[in-house]
Every structure is written in C-alpha cells, then in structure tokens.
Design a protein around this ligand. Sequence first.
Ligand code: MF3
Ligand code: CO
Ligand code: CO
Length: 284
Amino acid sequence: MTAIKPHPISPRLAVPASIERPHYVDRPAPERYTGSHIQTAETIELMRESSRIAAGAMYEAARAIAPGVTTDELDAVAHAYMLDHGAYPSALGYRGFPKSICTSVNEVICHGIPDARPLEDGDLVKIDVTAYKNGVHGDNCGTFACGELAEDSRLLMERTKTALERAIKAVKPGRQTNVIGRVIESYAKRFGYGVVREYTGHGVHSAFHSGLVILHYDNNTYTDVMEPGMTFTIEPMLTLGNPSSHVWDDDWTVVTNDGSRCAQWEHTLVVTTDGAEVLTLPPA
Ligand code: MF3
Ligand code: CO
Ligand code: CO
C-alpha cells in the first residue's frame, strides 16, 4: 500500500450571497464562544435541520466513492448538496481551510483537504461534513470503502462505528462527559486499536467548536456534567497501529506517524431527559 501524498487543490468553490455564512469565514479564527453549553428547544430544532443536511451531504458524497474518483469530486458533490439545501459548508474558510468538507484517506486521521488524488480500490475513505443554516451547525463524519477493503480495514471501520454507538448509549444527564472516553477506549482496547488523543469531540450549536471538550480516551481532566439540552459531537478516531500523529506542511492534514490506517465516525447529538438524541441522521 503506497502512502498518501499531497495532490493539487482546485480553486475554491463559490457560495451564493443568498446563503448566510458563519462569522469566521475568511477571518484568521472564530470569536471565542462564551455562552451556555445548554441550548433552547428552538435552537435544537434548528440544529435538527442543519444536522440532517450535513448527514445527507455526507451520504451523497459517499455514494460517489469509486476507484478513479478524486476526493475533490466528493467535495463538489457535498458542496452542491449543502447549497441546494440552503446551507453553508462550515469548513469552507474556517481558519483558512480551503474546501467544503474534509476527506481523509487511509493513514490520514482527519482534516484531509479534498484534492486531485484518484481513489484506489481498497482505500478507507473518511468524509467529514459540517453544515451551517439558520445560525447553527451540524457536524458528522463516516468511514466508507472504496471498492473491496482488506479485512482489517473493514473491521476497523465497523468497530469504530460501534465505538461511537456505545459511547452515545452511555450519554445520560447527571453523568460526567468523561464517561464517553472511558467507553470508547475500553472497547478499542479489546481489539488492540489505538485511540487518537489530540483531536476531540466538541460542543456544537451556533459555534462550530464551542470550547466544551469531549475526550475519546479514558481521562478525568474534564468533569462537565451532562444536562438535557447540551449539544456536542462524539467523533472517535481509531487506528490499526500507533495513534501518534503529525500534521503535513499544509497545516491541516493529520497522518499517523507509523502509516497505520485510521477510521472515524462522528455524530452531533443532544442530551435528553433520559439519554441522547442523535441529530445527524440522514433524510428518510
Ligand atoms: N468537522 C471537523 C470536526 O469534526 C472539523 C473540521 S475543521 C476544517 O470537528 F476546517 F477542517 F473543516
Ligand atoms: Co466535529
Ligand atoms: Co466533523
């Protein structure tokens, strides 16, 4: 298996002026969020729509995966879907990110920039889509096969999804957020998988990354107590080998140091009175 290398990046896609953009677009960084981690029923209802659009765009891009298709083409599919649904692609112009989604292949952990590399049979393709509409974001990621996957990659993909599902089941009001990482790490350990530590889940609503941190490994640094109305992502990244990583010179692409493959699944959810409701569900 050959290592992923940078390929040319096409010019930035346009967004019509009729689509509302987040405040941070083309600024160096977003403003710091100082509001509540708990959202109103009205905000949550708006997040259902943004999240459904993000999920629809992700699965639409995933359907386009095939050998020979470039990640830039996946970006174009998701970009068009979000615009068609009145949403702004939250990644575009976020801290200088040049594309509308992240596409992270094989040993790329996350934040891969869609480019001219044609997908190959056996590639493990992560698609991370965030959509912004009515002032709120919905954020999700999935891992998909290009052609036929090797057995170890397929299992990694499936078990990373299971790790996310188990973590979501552990979400309950009154519990601390650190239960999430405990569940994910203990499940990953059964299979000898690495758990990426440098990138975390996060509060999401009017802010893309609110400052609320959700760890995917077992650690008690954060003791925030979950409450109904709290909205955040869980987005475990599990690796076949060592999870330590570095960032390419493009300042975005995160890859494993040992070249081992990574899978990721992400949902945006809201804490309810007795558990969690996943917001990033695709349209029926
Ligand atoms: N969607 C990613 C996350 O899950 C963030 C991507 S930042 C970007 O938090 F600029 F690369 F889009
Ligand atoms: Co996220
Ligand atoms: Co994401």
